[in-house]
Design a protein around this ligand. Sequence first.
Ligand code: NAG
Ligand code: NAG
Ligand code: NAG
Ligand code: NAG
Ligand code: NAG
Ligand code: NAG
Ligand code: NAG
Length: 916
Amino acid sequence: MEKITLIWLIISSLIASMSCGLNNQDPIEYHGLCVNMFLNHIEKLKKLENCTIVVGDLKISLLERTKPEDFKNLTFPKLKEVTGYMVVYRVAGLETLSNLLPNLARIRGNTLLYNYALIVYDVELLREIGLNSLLKIDRGGVIIWGGPLTCFVNTIDWNAIAPRSRHVLSKPDKHAQCNFPCTCTSNPATNRCWSNKKCQIFLEGPDSWNCSSECIGCRNTNPKSCTLCRHYTYKEECVSHCPENTILLSVSNHCITNDECVHLNRWEWNNTCVSECPKNFVQWNEAGNTTCVPCDNCHQTCGNMSIQTLDTIQLAEKCVYINGSLSIHIWSIPYAANELRYFMKNIVEVTDYIEIYGSITLTSLDFLSSLQRIRGRRLFNGKYSLAIYDMHNLQSLFLPQIIKGLNVERGTVRFYRNPMLCMHQIKKLTQRFPVAPNELDIPQGMNGYSGSCNEMFLKLTIQVKNETFAIASFFTKLKGVHYTVLYVRIPHGTNASIVPETCSDSEWFAITVPDTFNDFVHVPLPSLRPASTYAVCVEKYDPSTRHLARSSIVKFETHVGKPEPPFILELVASSSNVIVIRWSDHMDYRPFITRYELDINLVDINYNIITRDHCTVNDDEMFDIDYTRHAKVMRPPKNYERGCESMCGILSSVTIGAMVEDYFDVCDTIGKCDDDSERSKNSSINGNIISLSLDISGQRNNFQVGGLAPFRDYKFRLRACTKDLCSRTAKDVVQTLHSENADIASITHKSIIDPGLIYVKWEPPSVTNGPLLAYTIEIYPNVKVSDMNHLVPQTWCVPGNETSLTVKSNKASKYLVRICSTTLAHPYACNDWIKIEGFVKYELVWWWSGVLFGLFLYVFSWVIGWRWKRRIDRSDSIPLFDITSSYRQESVPPATMLSDFVSLHNISLRDLRDLS
Ligand SMILES: *[C@@H]1O[C@H](CO)[C@@H](O)[C@H](O)[C@H]1NC(C)=O
Ligand SMILES: *[C@@H]1O[C@H](CO)[C@@H](O)[C@H](O)[C@H]1NC(C)=O
Ligand SMILES: *[C@@H]1O[C@H](CO)[C@@H](O)[C@H](O)[C@H]1NC(C)=O
Ligand SMILES: *[C@@H]1O[C@H](CO)[C@@H](O)[C@H](O)[C@H]1NC(C)=O
Ligand SMILES: *[C@@H]1O[C@H](CO)[C@@H](O)[C@H](O)[C@H]1NC(C)=O
Ligand SMILES: *[C@@H]1O[C@H](CO)[C@@H](O)[C@H](O)[C@H]1NC(C)=O
Ligand SMILES: *[C@@H]1O[C@H](CO)[C@@H](O)[C@H](O)[C@H]1NC(C)=O
């Protein structure tokens, strides 16, 4: 399930990143250096011909009409390295990458796609990956969700290529016929292959011990011939530092010339080839050469600014003083107001004038949030220090505190064709200018003429019927006048007062009222959201006078009703008996939630596991520890407060950095999940909770539950309740961590009841990690402790409900015995060896026969011992079942990397520009 969620996510980011790549220009190539290759056409693919490094990302995707023959002769043996990530997505007809990229050895992952550096996804005919030379992925994980026919996915040791990161690998389809074993070496650890012809090559291992210190891995035949460079690469050689006359391309640690740097659209600075100046340096262009120069406040003064696109907005970021004029004309760029607010927040002073026009997305000039002075050194049209015109949606000017503090030294204002801007807004500002505007500067009727400025007086009443339904009523007086009811939902936490100017049919719901006059009209407002605040106004249009007017605004709240369920953000085991739960509320209902109901229930162990005979069945795979069982960390859907964005799962030392999965509602797809079963009674066993029902009051969003049984699944069910009603149930299951000290049984009685016949009785462990599945009794007859390492004990296995056993061992005078338990967490947890001695108990009369028998026993046991040893010697060649190998260290944290919990896939502003 988690994999599916993840794959879904990847696809959506893929599609997003591919579609913004569509606007990319042709790939650049110079001396083997290629920049950001986005190849979505077979002809474009050929641009890889001369590339040795891709500086940036390599995306081969959306080649939907290619056929296997198209790739027959296509090969790019020069390409060795990609500095960003590599994606192969939907390439029809591609059967293997072995021919296409035979020498690709390294993917650095300087940039990642959703934490992954290598993604092969949805390539229908792919039969193998075939990146036969791939040795190292420096950063980021791997997703191979190849296609139904892809084999040799799991025959590759991805951990050797991309250690410490996550790998999402598909299993082959039934039809794929992937039963080719690797036949590379006899060592199972390195018997890995890319196909039945190509073995995986490893960087580490005995082969690399003799390599030159500049190499990570080298040819067996020549220790100086590196497969990858440890430090820097210069002309395909590995070097310890860049030679004279070269500079460092730090994204790939290659030494390149200045000329090459310039062709990558970068420039030299401090002997490196950069694309951005560091902090306190500013990019400086001089006679065609670019460099970075230090700047103390040098970024603060900017020249004339003419802002028309998002990238010019960005240029204003560091401007505090504008030595010149500021002109803003951004047409209809969506979200431009946010961009302006962010990048223009530092502007304090403009020496000449400000001109703002033709920008229909702007409703306010609040983005100039630091403006203090307009000097008017040079004036617009020789007269104006502020000109605002053709602003179709502008409703308000600067923030009140800005207007209050504004200092204008020369000039006056010009305002025209601003239909939404009411005169009273303009009047507040004109007082700040040294010269008062005249009739020509602000022509009458040329501002605020859309009608929004004329308030009409109308008694508007609202009856709230239920959660989703209300009725607006008012009295219509005039004949031939059209009325429209406008309403909008106000998000919770919005304090800004709603002014009638904002009431407009572009953003508000509009309901046209049938023509009536001298009557009360009742207008139903359907499909409202529960627990929400709405604003309503009435618009009146008189066709005879062409006069538009609006009523003042009335607010109302819909009923709350049954709240939406809370969302479980984190469900994390922090120890063997404590689980921490964190959740967030649906934002609409949050102010109304008064308490929560939390039910915790022990989940029954799968019947098959308990009833299986664990003495004969080899259930190795059952003990594979799945860390995702101990930590569920989910990113909520929209309408919920964001929970953990980074550093998730930090409540537990084991689950730090647990993978954050996005919300995926199975109920949405299968449509049947209401599980509002009865709350259970509290109960426990041996002090461990079986079921527990809690009422949590107040505004808290986390809770810790202790007293749980180790290594057991618990189901958490959570409901949020208002005063009257509770939500549906949110639920999830998590497993407590295993207890290190549990599972050890103790032997309470042992004796030799006959020669070779041993009776052992034991006490079950007081704490177990899940049910006790089986006991194994191990016995060494007549063995010194020092010899134990070389010998294999005799073993007997019994089901976990037994507490004693009589076994027949070799006859001996002394035995070492111990008992080992098998539980879900410990395949084999043993107590210390215990000695059993002396069954010989003879009457004195029989002393001589005792001596004789002792002698016999000595000889006998010597013979047995010898034969026993022989047997061991003989079986040395047969691999033994190594008990220790089945121990698994749970305290090793799951394979995560920092990038797994830093913020996700940011589209930088530069990309935004490409989108627009
Ligand atoms: C690769 O280099 C060769 C020789 O310089 C040149 O003829 C060819 O056009 C180049 N290919 C591409 C795709 O630039
Ligand atoms: C591939 O190369 C061979 C010989 O070099 C040629 O005969 C064949 O037409 C080429 N195929 C394609 C699809 O270019
Ligand atoms: C490494 O070098 C040593 C001495 O030069 C040699 O004996 C050994 O066989 C070499 N090892 C490998 C794996 O080549
Ligand atoms: C220039 O590079 C050197 C060596 O990489 C570094 O130590 C130094 O701090 C850099 N200079 C500046 C101003 O960043
Ligand atoms: C620009 O760079 C070239 C080559 O590095 C150099 O010869 C030239 O003098 C530089 N021009 C200026 C104005 O610095
Ligand atoms: C609210 O009332 C309307 C009209 O009476 C009705 O159609 C709707 O089903 C009601 N909604 C709820 C949630 O009761
Ligand atoms: C243990 O369980 C098995 C199967 O459930 C049963 O046949 C056997 O009698 C039980 N032994 C004891 C000692 O309870």
